[in-house]
Design a protein around this ligand. Structure first.
Ligand code: ZN
Length: 216
């Protein structure tokens, strides 16, 4: 499980534990110079709370030597320019690097399934969150290592509201709402309430709650 400690990642982790069973899920978390080193600590705590025994932390802090963007540089404001395909937080190649490193570790452990919470609906226009990229990367990894990986993306087609619904079905709605970190400003749980990530998360949460009220 490629694990960041965010809403999507944590919901995916709960699902993976449900599907594969406790003791059969390993997590890998990357430090790549993101604004908030706190993200790594949140990931550590969340995985421990879920009883994950095998959790790797991999340092990719060379990222900042190669590219600069608002996620890596705390001095730059996070904005989505009108007309821009994606916000200035996109880190080029990030998911490809994550999947490659996760695959190297997985193969060494005899693991074939690599679970990631990437999602192409609802958000961002990040090119390496798209299904076409993940499928292509899967083929490439299999060729690169002569090994049958299966990249599993349970959230790919879900809206943020549907991801909250999934968390609820798995019994972790309150946990995810209170303990995960999605906010670009490093505020756990509800977040800062103002950054693009918080707005997306909050809108999805409200849409999910509204859909539940409709049922009552
Ligand atoms: Zn925020």
């Amino acid at each position: 499980m490629v694990f960041s400690g965010g809403q999507d990642s944590t919901t995916c982790l709960a699902l993976a534990l449900h599907e594969y069973g406790k003791g059969r899920v390993s997590c890998i978390t990357f430090h790549y110079g993101q604004r908030h080193a706190r993200e790594v600590e949140v990931a550590r705590k969340v995985a421990a709370d879920f009883g994950v025994a095998d959790h790797r932390f991999v340092n990719l802090d060379w990222y900042g030597q190669l590219t600069s963007n608002a996620l890596l540089d705390p001095g730059r404001p996070i904005v989505t320019d009108a007309g821009a395909a994606c916000p200035n937080t996109v880190v080029d190649g990030r998911n490809m690097v994550f999947l490659l490193v996760a695959a190297i570790y997985a193969k060494g452990c005899g693991i074939r399934d690599i679970v990631t919470g990437v999602c192409e609906t609802d958000f961002s226009g990040y090119p390496d969150c798209r299904d076409v990229f993940v499928k292509s990367c899967n083929v490439t990894l299999n060729l690169a290592m002569a090994y049958e990986f299966r990249i599993v993306t349970p959230l790919m087609e879900l809206t943020k509201a549907e991801t909250w619904a999934l968390a609820d079905r798995l019994g972790v709605l309150a946990y995810v709402a209170e303990n995960t970190l999605t906010c670009y400003n490093g505020v756990v749980g509800r977040g800062c309430g103002a950054c693009p990530s918080c707005l997306l998360r909050q809108r999805g949460y409200e849409a999910y709650l509204a859909s539940q009220e409709g049922l009552c």
